[in-house]
Design a protein around this ligand. Structure first.
Ligand code: GLA
Ligand code: ZN
Length: 674
């Protein structure tokens, strides 16, 4: 479906355009500029609800008609948003129930955006109606390549609507109060729920100490599931509304990478294709951004994925909104493409004159002409993408290694009272991802439901929550010859955050061949250490004290009362093996461990490159595209292993020849799979 409807002649290039903020006389000049920059797709109508529906009974599409015609006349494809991420003032005035109540119990007034209660019937009714009206109106327009439902769904609501809906959601999940009481362990601190009406939302007024700390993990985790589902239902309702009228137009909503409040693994199932907004700061590591791309690709489980937003230069909402240095916008755009994106899109086409995004980067600056650095860089990239044509589209990013990433686990790990406040799930995952990424070993970020059989190596850092069936799938994977790696604080609890009795890591114990008796928690300034392959590495944050039950010890602690006990183990299980890393260590250790495992399992890097040069491969049939991305400030040389042609320069390379990449430079080498 994707290839039929998306602008599939080439990598789509464009982004959010808000002409409604400008006098009509300026639009033609915008078009001239955007065409000059080779822009070919516009995301329209992202925040226009107030204009489209000025009162409860009136709709007015006149201006949008004109904008849609303008786009078409100038050969731009349209990614049409449904405008439902900010409700109009009349709605808040007439139906205050659409307003959200925050974590502190404060009922909000009209203002800002992402401001609607996801369980408000009024919001749902009118958002769906607007989506329907848009689909009806533009179904024969012929130029819409995607629906963009709402915008960056997120946040949470603690209003009475939501409280009621939560009770209903729990009734569906548990059926009886007996089951709910058991799952919530309500015999602790006299929390017994006698009546569904006793249930209140877990917030500052009830179970929470602050946003991150709760006394009732099971309730707070259920609230997160519920909130993610509630917001997802809003998406689904609009999805269905546009789909029934325009069944051939693919539907998406723009996700936000590793955004904790929404379980994107679940969301991905209901999206036709994944799109996401990439806003790294200049301080973020390249691996972090790469992991986000791979995570978004993983959320779609092989659905197409696109970069819906990035800034051409700076942002407005970070504490320090540094400019993207010359070449960086291009480099990061190709990084997205390398990791699977079939589009390069921006927020925004043109800087507004007022409100909080007026200093956010844009293709067209406040100067209003083409003679700016940013405009030139956008134009150069646009020309290049045009030249690339449809070459890369639809090719995939193959990987033999996967990391399990699970939102519910994330919530559970970070709600846990103890063992260590510095434990952050995403950071632990990133440690493993970065070790692989730094070696150019491709990684799929996958859900716990994904098919494991296609991987040689599966890593599950801090898999604290083991949901039913997951251990069995890992068991089968290892029995059949797979290599599994997990870490401290894994296998502790079930899906209700109830401890699995009989010793940690619970259901994973037989696979790993160990039993963890205690876990020591170290403050930041304290550490233990261990020797692995003759080298000493740090043991930090958490140190498991464990017993071997069939596994062999590969390293032991050096200090403290648990000196000489195992910290790193390997267990042979069926035809495969399972590693357990009992502590947090440092980059060098992760790098070494994973290098050793990959060598043993014959998992090869895409290419060996100098430090800071990322090599990623996309593949279609026998064709392969090797992306070389130089993130460094200096010129580098990379040896190519196969004969290939650089699609950006046309230059041909023979096996063993050197590709010279300038600072922030990119090459896309097309060759054949050997
Ligand atoms: C998000 C939103 C946009 C805009 C940008 C600014 O991605 O979707 O509407 O606010 O952030 O960075
Ligand atoms: Zn609400």
């Amino acid at each position: 479906m994707w290839e039929k409807v998306w602008n599939h002649e080439k990598i789509a290039y464009g982004g959010d355009y808000n002409p409604e903020q400008w006098p009509e006389e300026t639009w033609e000049e915008d078009m001239r500029l955007l065409k000059l920059a080779h822009i070919d797709i516009l995301t329209l109508n992202v925040f226009s609800w107030a204009a489209l529906q000025p009162s409860e009974d009136t709709y007015n599409f006149e201006k949008l008609d004109k904008i849609m015609e303008l786009a078409k006349k100038h050969g731009m494809k349209v990614c049409l948003a449904t405008s439902t991420a900010a409700h109009p003032a009349w709605m808040a005035r007439k139906y205050p129930e659409v307003l959200r109540t925050d974590f502190h119990g404060v009922k909000h007034k009209f203002g800002a955006r992402h401001n609607s209660c996801p369980n408000s019937d009024v919001y749902r009714k009118y958002s769906v109606r607007l989506a329907e009206k848009l689909a009806e109106r533009y179904k024969d327009y012929g130029n819409i390549v995607a629906w963009h439902i709402s915008n960056e769904y997120g946040g949470e609501c603690y209003c009475e609507n939501c409280e009621n809906a939560f009770r209903g959601w729990l009734q569906k999940r548990y059926g009886t109060l007996e089951k709910l009481n058991r799952a919530w362990n309500t015999s602790f601190w006299g929390h017994t729920i006698y009546d569904w009406e006793d249930i209140v939302l877990p917030d500052q007024r009830s179970e929470h100490i602050d946003e991150d700390r709760t006394v009732a993990q099971a309730i707070s985790i259920d609230y997160r599931r519920f909130n993610s589902d509630s917001i997802m239902e809003c998406f689904q309702l609009e999805y269905d509304a546009v789909k029934k009228i325009t069944p051939n137009i693919p539907v998406t909503t723009n996700l936000m990478g590793a955004y904790k409040p929404l379980d994107y693994m679940k969301w991905g199932k209901y999206m036709d294709f994944i799109s996401w907004d990439n806003y790294p700061s200049n301080e973020d590591s390249i691996s972090k951004t790469a992991m986000n791309h791979d995570l978004m690709r993983g959320v779609g489980d092989n659905k197409p994925f696109v970069l819906m937003e990035q800034t051409p230069s700076q942002q407005n909402w970070q504490p320090f909104n540094a400019l993207k240095r010359p070449g960086v916008m291009r480099l990061w755009s190709y990084q997205a493409v390398a990791h699977g994106s079939d589009a390069v899109m921006f927020f925004q086409m043109k800087r507004s004159i007022g409100s909080c995004e007026k200093y956010h980067g844009a293709v067209i600056s406040h100067a209003g002409h083409e003679n700016t650095r940013v405009f030139r860089e956008c134009t150069e990239l646009g020309a290049e993408l045009e030249k690339l044509g449809g070459e890369i589209l639809g090719s995939t990013v193959p990987a033999e290694t996967a990391i399990l990433f699970d939102w519910e686990n994330w919530w559970a790990v970070e709600y846990s009272a103890g063992p260590n406040v510095d434990l952050r799930y995403h950071d632990e995952v990133l440690n493993y991802y970065a070790a692989l990424h730094n070696q150019n070993i491709p990684v799929d970020m996958i859900s716990e439901e994904a098919d494991l059989s296609k991987y040689k190596l599966v890593i599950a850092p801090v898999m604290y929550m083991t949901k039913p069936g997951v251990d069995e799938r890992i068991r089968v994977f290892v029995e059949n010859g797979g290599t599994f790696v997990t870490t401290f604080f894994s296998g502790y609890v079930d899906e209700s955050d109830l401890v699995i009795l009989g010793g940690y890591p619970g259901r994973l114990r037989d696979i790993l061949g160990i039993w963890v008796e205690e876990i020591d928690s170290l403050p930041e300034h304290k550490k233990n250490s261990f020797f692995y392959q003759g080298q000493e590495y740090d043991a930090k944050l958490l140190c498991d004290i464990m017993h071997l039950e069939g596994a062999e010890s590969l390293a032991e602690y050096q200090q403290d009362f648990y000196a000489n006990t195992p910290v790193l183990t390997r267990n042979s299980f069926g035809r495969g093996q399972a590693y357990y890393v009992g502590t947090r260590s440092d980059k060098a250790f992760y790098q070494k461990l994973l290098e050793d495992i990959c060598t043993e399992q014959q998992i090869y890097p895409v290419l060996k490159t100098p430090k800071g040069v990322e090599a990623v491969k996309r593949v279609r049939g026998q064709e392969q595209y090797l992306f070389l991305l130089n993130h460094e400030e200096d010129r580098v040389q990379v040896n190519v292993e196969e004969s290939a042609q650089d699609l950006l320069t046309g230059k041909e390379y023979q096996k063993g020849e050197r590709v010279v990449l300038p600072a922030k430079g990119v090459a896309i080498l097309k060759g054949c799979l050997s």
